[in-house]
Write a protein that binds this ligand. Structure first.
Ligand SMILES: Nc1ncnc2c1ncn2[C@@H]1O[C@H](COP(=O)(O)OP(=O)(O)OP(=O)(O)O)[C@@H](O)[C@H]1O
Length: 327
């Protein structure tokens, strides 16, 4: 690590602030990152969990974002610093999410999946039952960002979407596109509508009233809207499995848009589809699993089974009598 890593002259006060925010050991009178690293004991270096290069990268990130107004920040990372489980025992993992991450939350009913999503939604600062702390681009969000009513970072899609206004779908999407000051909203609106219809089991069109949409259709619409029209870089999804939504297509949409997606699920296909899955138990993250090649292979089987189940569902819905399991 050399001074060449940082384009900025070394500012001791800002570096001290960086150390404080990242819970790193303080060191007075250091004049560079090299100095700082050299001043740490072996044990302290181990405890940071960092290498000199990762320390330099985090500090560069901090400098790049420090001082910019909250609203203008691009989201580079979202950290959830460990809290405690339902018995008060410390959680084992700090979590870092970056754009394009699709992370699934699995665990028994009541384990705390929705709580983790809620901690992110309110950008918790040690003030929720879990004691977790959320960092945006490595630093705690300002009060304006936290309490502005609607967080500018996080979109939430839940099991029950209630529309407060009744409009045709097309008009609803146009309004949303115009609120984003798009000069030519029509193609985007069309794209959202096509993606939503492709995802929902049953078709609908621009003239369908939003209040007439089924649960699956409205969730598909909100997912496509969040992917194409919403500027919010983080999308939280609380259990979409029973929604009649093509779940894999929905996830792909978000990955292509570079969003951070956290998805609570009891659905095996979805649970295996994330780039990581968090096992939640007794109010805390107990394990972080990256799917291996065996699980990747299993996804192909599950997609096949899923198609057969979808076929069966459609036939039952049409009132058919079933004499054998679809081939
Ligand atoms: N670390 C914690 N400390 C204290 N209370 C917690 C903690 N984690 C979760 N809880 C509480 O436990 C209850 C159940 O949690 P939650 O609703 O998040 O479970 P869930 O996994 O989403 O369940 P389901 O699968 O049924 O939706 C909630 O009241 C929640 O606030």
């Amino acid at each position: 690590m050399t001074a060449a890593h940082s384009p900025h002259p070394f500012d001791a006060a800002r570096f001290a602030e960086f150390l404080r925010l990242h819970h790193l050991p303080a060191r007075a009178e250091v004049r560079s990152l090299d100095d700082y690293w050299a001043a740490l004991t072996w044990e302290e270096r181990e405890d940071t969990g960092l290498e000199p290069e990762t320390l330099a990268a985090r500090y560069a990130e901090f400098l790049a974002l420090d001082g910019q107004p909250d609203g203008e920040r691009a989201l580079l990372s979202l950290d959830v610093l460990r809290g405690r489980d339902k018995s008060g025992a410390p959680e084992r993992y700090d979590l870092r999410f970056v754009p394009g991450d699709v992370v699934c939350l699995v665990g028994p009913t009541g384990a705390g999946k929705s709580r983790l999503l809620a901690d992110i939604e309110c950008l918790a600062q040690g003030d929720t039952p879990t004691g977790r702390q959320v960092l945006i681009n490595g630093v705690p969000p300002g009060d304006a960002e936290r309490f502005s009513g609607e967080s500018g970072l996080v979109a939430q899609i839940s099991q029950n979407m209630n529309f407060v206004i009744d409009l045709p779908v097309g008009e609803f999407l146009h309004m949303h596109a115009e609120s984003r000051a798009l000069t030519d909203p029509a193609p985007v609106v069309d794209q959202v509508l096509r993606a939503a219809v492709a995802m929902a089991g049953e078709p609908f069109d621009a003239d369908t009233q939003v209040t007439q949409l089924s649960g699956g259709q409205s969730r598909a619409l909100m997912i496509a809207d969040a992917a194409f029209l919403s500027p919010k870089p983080v999308v939280l999804i609380d259990e979409i499995e029973n929604a009649g939504v093509d779940r894999r297509a929905a996830l792909d949409l978000f990955v292509r848009k570079g969003k951070i997606v956290l998805l609570s699920t009891h659905d095996p296909l979805l649970a295996l589809s994330g780039s990581r899955r968090l096992v939640i138990r007794h109010g805390a993250v107990q394990d972080v699993i990256t799917p291996g090649p065996e699980e990747q292979t299993m996804i192909a089987h599950l997609v096949e089974i899923d198609a057969r189940l979808a076929d069966l569902r459609a036939r039952l819905r049409n009132g058919e009598r079933i004499s054998s399991f679809p081939a």
